[in-house]
Write a new protein. Sequence first.
Length: 233
Amino acid sequence: MEPKAGAGESKSKVENDLGRAGTAVKEGVVRSLKGLNEIEADIVSLVRNTVANSLKLTSDAAGMSLGLATEVVKGAIKATEEVGTGLILSTKSVTKGIIMGVGDVGGDVVSVASQTVKGAVKGAAEVGADVSMVARRAVDGAIEAGKEVGVNAEEMAKVAVAAAVEGAGTIGATAVKAVKEMLIGVAEGLRGVVGVLLPSKPAAPAAGARPKEAATPDPKKPSPAQQRRRSKE
């Protein structure tokens, strides 16, 4: 008959088991994250090439780019509806791919970014997705794409955030509030972007300036009533 393991040995075995479980989870998450990165890169490449190739076939790339961006966003949303998931994951990559594709043919990337972000927010509401999360992913995608195509980060962030808020405005006040709260993190450190999210405050008086005082009536000047009486005399 084998001797029973002592309390110390049992505790050590449990700790070893927990350690192996933690390692297994860590390795699994790493593999999953690597897979997600590859999936996102594939989506960016697919959308970018599709948009660029489509615009190359038209003589009016500037005019077509906004309409094409809208259709690509719709296509991506329909794809996630069929699969049943993936809208939040794919939104950033789709947004980034659209803007970079338009940039490849020399199109107006800022206008397209605005159109794309608005379309993503509205589309999220139509399929019952988390509007604020989709807005954040779309804005992140626009900012990343802006860096790739050489657009000033603050300018792109300001345009994208304004578009997200505008898109949420077509849904309702609750959506606007949720989107603004979600995007505050994007605005940190970017003064121009903060102004889009927060209500403007009245300008403070200059240091040392005295408040204006009410004009004191001139005692020598007759009042309007006195002037009327004199005119009747």
